[in-house]
Write a protein of this length. Structure first.
Length: 341
């Protein structure tokens, strides 16, 4: 839910149309700002529970004004009156309600971006969030699958029917390219370059990139397309431009991919906690394990910042440590100490 506020709506439109954020991401920012506004309203003595979204129907000392007049609403006034203490009180409020550190950090990042925009548009002279430190995060390494687990999963979907061929093609594409599941379901027929062995990818923030795709995976995709084209001939509602379609001939959703993968994980006897994104983690880890440089992996994954990709170096270091300990059990026993990277 987005809060009724002139400045918040301007900020969300800025994210959508200038920063080119997805609608989903913009809504998440809006929800965070709605909760923060509710907290401010409660703290200032207005009606409603703490942290609950508010709207212009909530009045305070006659400050509420119609958005159509282009004057600041009462909510805008609350947002503009925020100082460092108010931000810290909000973080304490979130912590008291046992939000995770990651969630609190995300909500703080929303406020930091929002107030940076407020300063940029000359509503405030300084950012009240700039002096607030982001809570220290617990570093969790992304999970990845072993090669034999990947093989078992990829070989599970049957190749003798169109749904099985489709699911095999999706799993092969996810792992062999490192694409996000949202990027895979967004693929159109003309995004696959069979001759050049490349795929056109529409990533986050409407950013596009070209990635390589192996000939073996292209053969699996071609096998699926043969099934797909036969079905399209008998279905006038079939979306002919979309690569991966559901049984009705419409674009497959990310949720459907997750459900299909859950089914194959169960059949293959693999951990049900594995997700489509785990295949992306596995791709990056296996690339680095086989000698790929970090910059190349960054480009293949479509990461804007190299620091995002660097998390995978911790995975490869952990693997080297494990191999070392297995190869040198006597040395470890003599030292009586854990090997440090």
């Amino acid at each position: 839910m987005e809060v009724d506020s002139v400045i918040v709506q301007e900020f969300l439109n800025y994210l959508r149309f200038e920063k080119r954020f997805s609608e989903h991401t913009a809504k998440c920012y809006g929800a965070d700002l709605s909760q923060f506004s509710g907290f401010l309203a409660d703290s200032s003595g207005r009606s409603g529970g703490p942290g609950e979204p508010i709207s212009l129907s909530d009045h305070h000392d006659g400050l509420a004004t119609a958005v159509a007049t282009q004057t600041e609403s009462d909510i805008d006034q609350l947002l503009f009156s925020v100082d460092v203490d108010a931000v810290r009180a909000y973080l304490a409020f979130l912590n008291d309600r046992q939000y995770s550190k990651a969630t609190i950090a995300r909500k703080l990042a929303t406020l930091r971006s929002f107030y940076k925009f407020v300063v940029k548009t000359n509503r405030l002279s300084s950012n009240p969030v700039s002096a607030v430190r982001t809570p220290k995060q617990e570093k969790k390494l992304p999970r990845f699958m072993e090669y034999d687990e990947i093989k078992r999963l990829l070989e599970t979907p049957p190749m003798d029917n169109w749904l099985g061929a489709r699911d095999r093609a999706i799993l092969e594409t996810l792992y062999s390219t490192g694409m996000r599941v949202s990027e895979v379901v967004a693929l159109n027929m003309d995004d696959i370059d069979f001759l050049g062995e490349a795929v056109h990818i529409r990533g986050k923030g409407k950013k596009e990139r070209i990635g390589p795709i192996s000939s073996s995976v292209l053969q699996v995709i071609q096998h699926y397309i043969e099934f797909r084209n036969k079905r399209a001939q008998n279905n006038s509602n079939f979306d002919t431009k979309v690569l991966f379609v559901n049984k009705h001939g419409k674009r497959l959703s990310t949720r459907s991919v997750r459900r299909k993968m859950d089914k194959y994980l169960k059949i293959a006897g693999l951990d049900p906690a594995i997700s489509p994104h785990t295949l992306r983690h596995s791709f990056a880890t296996h690339m680095l394990n086989n000698g790929a440089d970090l910059r190349s992996v960054q480009e293949l994954l479509g990461h804007q910042s190299l620091s995002t990709t660097q998390i995978y170096t911790h995975l490869t270091t952990s693997r080297l440590k494990e191999v070392y300990q297995k190869s040198h059990p006597r040395e470890n026993a003599d030292d009586g100490q854990e090997f440090e990277s």
